[in-house]
Design a protein around this ligand. Structure first.
Ligand code: OGA
Ligand code: MN
Length: 268
């Protein structure tokens, strides 16, 4: 396996590796290390069945089932989330900068996104390095953020967007997480800024109005160009991101073309 860094901030391509079969222990350890060193790792020209996709992800931890997205489920594979934009859809899944499901009580380890169909151009994904976001703050700002807890929430739809049927109440649990703004990554021991504008509504003990300007400032700081990398997709590309130390942004620039990905998310 070869590791080819994408750019300065984060991200690497892992070459000469086939992830469709269980990885030998030393290769698995090297992939794990690359994930935590580079935060976003990209595999090219893979060919995965639904079971192989899940099998790859399961080598890193138990699989997560999304608490409320029922749209476009895959029969027998509740752990696989279909991320689809049809030709005529105006919106894309995950529209703004975010990390996945941070409204859960326990942050997830990461997601493995596999490209099935990609537009002829566009549809890239940006990733931002939240260690750099933390490290470049002033000592004064770091000290101010140290005691703060962020409330991460999501509005859960009352009906399934796909079927129009009411969601089962059990699907509505776990939609509010409280996390320290400065989070120590359990694998690397490094501190990072753990915030995103999609799910963070306010700081604990403060109102949304009081919190918003600071959340917006910090997220803008975190997503400046020098802290990001950009992944271009082709069918067969697999991108595995550390969901605790990164945020991501899908670029909605391919109207008129279809894009389909499968996502599997891993718990800790
Ligand atoms: C996701 C997501 C980005 C993309 O699957 O969690 O945000 O580019 N996708 O499809
Ligand atoms: Mn996402």
């Amino acid at each position: 396996m070869q590791i080819k860094p994408l750019i300065g901030a984060l991200g690497a391509e892992l070459l000469d590796i086939d992830i469709s079969a269980p990885l030998p222990p030393d290769t698995l350890a090297a992939v794990r290390r690359a994930l935590f060193d580079y935060q976003v790792i990209v595999f090219r020209d893979q060919k995965l069945t639904l079971d192989q996709h899940k099998q790859f992800a399961r080598q890193f931890g138990p699989l997560h089932v999304h608490p409320y997205i029922l749209a476009k489920p895959l029969d027998g594979h509740p752990e696989v989330l279909r991320v689809v934009k049809e030709k005529d859809d105006r919106r894309v899944f995950g529209e703004k900068w975010h990390s996945d499901v941070t409204f859960l009580e326990r942050p997830v380890l990461g997601s493995v996104l596999y490209a099935i169909e990609t537009p002829s151009k566009g549809g890239d994904t940006l990733f931002a390095n939240m260690y750099m976001a933390y490290e470049t703050l002033s000592d004064g700002m770091k000290a101010m953020l140290e005691p703060l807890t962020a409330i991460h929430e999501t509005p859960v739809p009352e009906v399934d967007p796909a079927t129009g049927r009411p969601l089962e109440p059990m699907r509505l649990v776990n939609k509010r997480g409280e996390h320290p703004v400065l989070f120590t990554h359990p694998e690397t021991g490094r501190k990072l800024l753990y915030l995103n504008t999609t799910y963070v509504t306010h700081f604990k003990g403060m109102t949304p109005e009081e919190s918003r300007p600071l959340i917006d400032y910090l997220c803008e700081h975190a997503t400046q160009a020098a802290f990001t990398c950009r992944v271009r997709w082709a069918p067969g590309t697999v991108t595995f991101w550390d969901n605790r130390s990164t945020q991501h942004l899908p670029i909605n620039d391919y109207h008129g073309e279809r894009r389909e990905m499968h996502r599997v998310t891993i718990e800790t």
